[in-house]
Ligand binder design. Structure first.
Ligand code: URA
Length: 448
């Protein structure tokens, strides 16, 4: 069977067998199938979809294209969290050291920002010296020693997904439930986990903008995880506005350190604590959500989570002085300028995609995988939907490297922040919990 015949079959609504996916992904990872054929196949999947058997086959094919992190000798639970991607989403940077400081090992493998979404790896690399490219052996040793590692997908882990995901980003085929599910789960199942908590973002800044699609994505990933013996839970969280105040790379590290020091924005703290509780219960370290939350709060307050972050930074080659004085050691933008409200009223929307794309335009994101990024640029967004503002109140602070960037960012804030007179409909920060038992509506902690 040629690759053209496989594309034709998918285009016409048929399915590829597990053996066909396995061979194709192995050949793709080895560089034996050209990107344009896989791009055509991805577009066929985008329009035709895949059932659970085929999604599983693609996931397994990508998983088996690489190696796995072997942590079976550890006696502690190994739990990771993965987000489907958003704007201002720095939860992982606080969560990983916090949960590790509570006694759960967190072998966290994160992604880079592509499209309008930010990436944990890019944020971490704004810390001078911080290495996210560790070998699997180095990663395993660090998990044994510190209970946590923060790394990127190496060539060793699901290399077929690594190539496929960048290609999808460049061919408008990211937003397909079976492709996202297979992509995320192929990486997570390679981490040798005993449990996984997924952050499925929903809203205008998420890949899945509609609630029913987010629920379907969550259910698809949970069934893959459970089938592979990895208990998996998903929380649906709001991405209709940026999370927290900071949006950019270095500036999100500063905000994460603020949370680790007991401060930071309330929405970011709330989402982080909810995930921490899930991970501690899934890891069996706490019996109840309330107990787990109390333990996470204590660990944060005691400074143990901050210390764990400092250890991780130092172990991965980063400058640990960043933890004490982020302003002095993280890259700083040449221009900081405040955008003020030109009218009074109630903020209706803070459009996360507009903010995300504006970060890329400032130089803080990539248009192509090979672009280098400027970690210093971004925004501090001072308002959320529902905020009442008067003329002259600060809406956002632009962090730019030159005047042209600042001018374009000003236009973007004008488009992103819209006003009205009535309060917008409140959205829950964490709206649903999905597990193999089904969907539970939480609907607590309004986002506005
Ligand atoms: N994150 C991933 O790792 N893969 C996707 O397809 C989307 C988000």
């Amino acid at each position: 069977m040629t690759v053209v015949e496989l594309i034709e079959r998918k285009r016409d609504g048929g399915a590829l067998s597990p053996e066909e996916w396995r061979t194709l992904m192995a050949q793709y990872a080895a560089g034996d199938v050209p990107d344009y054929q896989i791009a055509a196949l991805a577009m066929a999947v985008y329009f035709r979809g895949m059932d659970s058997v085929e999604t599983e086959a693609l996931m397994t094919a990508m998983l088996d294209s690489g190696r796995r992190l072997d942590l079976d000798h550890l006696t502690v639970p190994r739990i990771d969290k993965h987000s489907t991607g958003g704007v201002g989403d720095k939860v992982s940077i606080v969560l990983a050291p916090l949960v590790a400081a509570c006694g759960v090992a967190v072998p966290m493998m994160s992604g880079r920002g592509l499209g309008h979404t930010g990436g944990t790896l890019d944020k971490l690399e704004s810390i001078p010296g911080f290495r996210t490219r560790l070998t699997l052996e180095e990663a395993a040793r660090q998990v044994e020693r510190l209970g946590c590692v923060l790394i990127g997908q190496t060539d060793e882990i699901a290399p077929a997904d690594r190539r496929f995901y960048s290609l999808r980003d460049a061919t408008a085929t990211v937003e397909a439930i079976p492709l996202i599910a297979a992509s995320i789960m192929s990486k997570k199942l390679a981490e040798g986990l005993t449990g996984l908590v997924l952050d499925v973002k929903t809203g205008a800044g998420a890949f899945m903008t509609r609630l029913d699609d987010s629920l379907k994505l969550a259910a698809t990933m949970i069934s893959i995880g459970e089938r592979h013996g990895c208990p998996t839970v998903a929380l649906l969280t709001d991405m209709d506005a940026p999370l927290g105040v900071a949006c950019g790379n270095a500036v999100e590290i500063t905000e994460s350190i603020d949370v680790l020091k007991g401060g930071g924005p309330a929405d970011l703290r709330e989402v982080t604590m909810t995930f921490a509780a899930e991970m501690l219960v899934l890891g069996g370290v706490s019996a109840t959500m309330d107990g787990a939350r109390a333990r996470a709060e204590q660990t944060l307050e005691s400074g143990a989570a901050l210390e764990k972050f400092r250890e991780i930074v130092a172990a991965q080659g980063g400058d640990p002085r960043v933890v004490d004085d982020p302003g002095a050691y993280l890259p700083r933008a040449a221009i900081e300028s405040v955008v003020r409200a030109e009218r009074s009223g109630t903020v209706q929307r803070v459009e996360p995609r507009v903010i995300g794309r504006a970060i890329t335009a400032l130089g803080g994101g990539r248009n192509k995988v090979t672009d280098t990024i400027d970690a210093s640029v971004g925004f501090l967004v001072h308002v959320r939907p529902g905020a009442k503002v008067q003329v002259g109140d600060p809406l956002a602070t632009i962090l730019a490297r030159d005047a042209a960037g600042e001018a374009a960012a000003r236009v973007a804030i004008g488009r992103a922040v819209t006003f009205g007179d009535a309060p917008p409909k409140a959205r829950a920060l964490v709206s649903h919990r999905v597990s193999r038992q089904g969907v539970e509506e939480l609907g607590s902690a309004g986002a506005s």
